[in-house]
Design a protein around this ligand. Structure first.
Ligand code: NCD
Ligand code: ZN
Length: 344
């Protein structure tokens, strides 16, 4: 198969940032996706429906002429989020979910939830109104090994939450382990997961053997090869519990190539080509459409897109860098490398 046509995909987990960064991120992401779940970890975070609507307007101001892009907004859950705010989500046309970052888990998560039991009243409302809870699934205690943080979250945080709120819609974001994949498979259809291109294409050897490669550093961190293999297996299985979320997260080159480098891979501009590469390597290119274009919309209860895109099996060279902010650069995932599929 050298040409495939897909329903236009959506990205169910992306970081666009704010201000001047939008000049870069919005054209890049909207060249690939019709909808994107826009993560709320700005500084300060997006905590109310009003703030989310204002943020959406700032995003829309950067959508190129003639491009149809529909940012879907998310509120950042804190220990102090009120149950009234959840009611407002139900009335809002543009807000679709609430994101839980355990405090300190990742970039800009200092205002996150310190103990999930503090927000049980909010989870009750989410369950009642069937608003999805999006999870950064890692525990943060300093003594827990970084490679074990996702698994510990499943056992210690998520299992009790699901027991307490069995009808709560949950997306376990950017899963990185076989443990998470199996956990999601074992739950009801209320529990789903997103998977990034970097966790399908790479493992920790790619990041660490032969020298540290900071552009592969993201959170949750890349795991061993056997986990990568399981993620690829579930992503390409046709199971609707697993769908596309790039977690494209821009950081300037200086902040990544640094003695204390930031976490995040930038994949917005070539995301569908990266996923096509992964699916094709697994011999499952025909399963890309469900994962990229159908299952996420179905889970969120939104209509599937009606537009289509075409991919051809031709070389696609990932740009070496992109201009970012005033005078900085972003080095994208697989900068300068050749991918085998190209969006036409
Ligand atoms: C994200 C970011 O930079 O905002 N970084 C990352 O490594 N994935 C935050 C996140 O999703 O964890
Ligand atoms: Zn993210």
């Amino acid at each position: 198969m050298n040409t495939i046509t897909l329903t236009q995909p959506d990205d169910w987990h992306a970081h666009l940032r704010d201000g001047k960064a939008l000049e870069r991120t919005v054209p890049d992401l909207s060249s690939q996706f019709h909808r994107a779940i826009c993560m709320p970890n700005l500084v300060p975070p997006v905590k109310t429906v009003e703030e989310a609507i204002a943020y959406r307007k700032r995003i829309m101001a950067h959508v190129p002429e003639g491009v149809a892009f529909d940012p879907r907004m998310v509120l950042y859950l804190t220990d102090h989020t009120s149950t009234d705010e959840i009611q407002k989500i139900k009335q809002s046309e543009h807000v679709n979910a609430v994101k839980l970052y355990p405090a300190g888990a990742t970039t800009n998560s200092a205002n996150g939830v310190s103990d999930i039991r503090n927000v049980y009243a909010v989870l009750e409302q989410l369950q009642k109104h069937q608003v999805p809870l999006l999870l950064h699934g890692e525990v943060t205690h300093s003594h827990i090994d970084i490679f074990d943080r996702e698994k510990r979250f499943l056992d210690e945080v998520l299992q009790p939450v699901i027991q307490q709120f069995p009808d709560l819609k949950i997306v376990l974001e950017h899963i990185t382990t076989a443990d998470a994949a199996q956990f999601v498979l074992a739950q009801s259809d209320k529990v789903a997961a997103t998977i990034t291109p970097q966790h399908l294409l790479f493992n920790r050897n790619d990041m660490l053997v032969g020298g540290i490669k900071p552009h592969f550093y993201c959170l949750p961190i890349l795991k061993r090869q056997s986990h990568q293999a399981t993620l690829l297996e579930v992503a390409t299985s046709g199971n609707p519990k697993f769908f596309l979320g790039t977690d494209s997260a821009p950081h300037a080159q200086d902040a990544k190539e640094n003695a204390c480098g930031c976490a995040g891979c930038y994949s917005a501009f070539t995301a569908i080509e990266l996923y096509a590469q992964a699916f094709d390597q697994a011999g499952k290119i025909e399963r890309l459409e469900g994962f990229a274009s159908h299952f996420g919309a179905d889970f969120y209860g939104l209509p599937r897109n009606t537009q289509q895109i075409t991919l051809v099996k031709e070389d696609c060279i990932v740009p070496d860098s992109f201009n970012y902010l005033e005078d900085q650069k972003i080095i994208p995932l697989l900068a300068g490398k050749t991918l085998q599929w190209r969006k036409v």
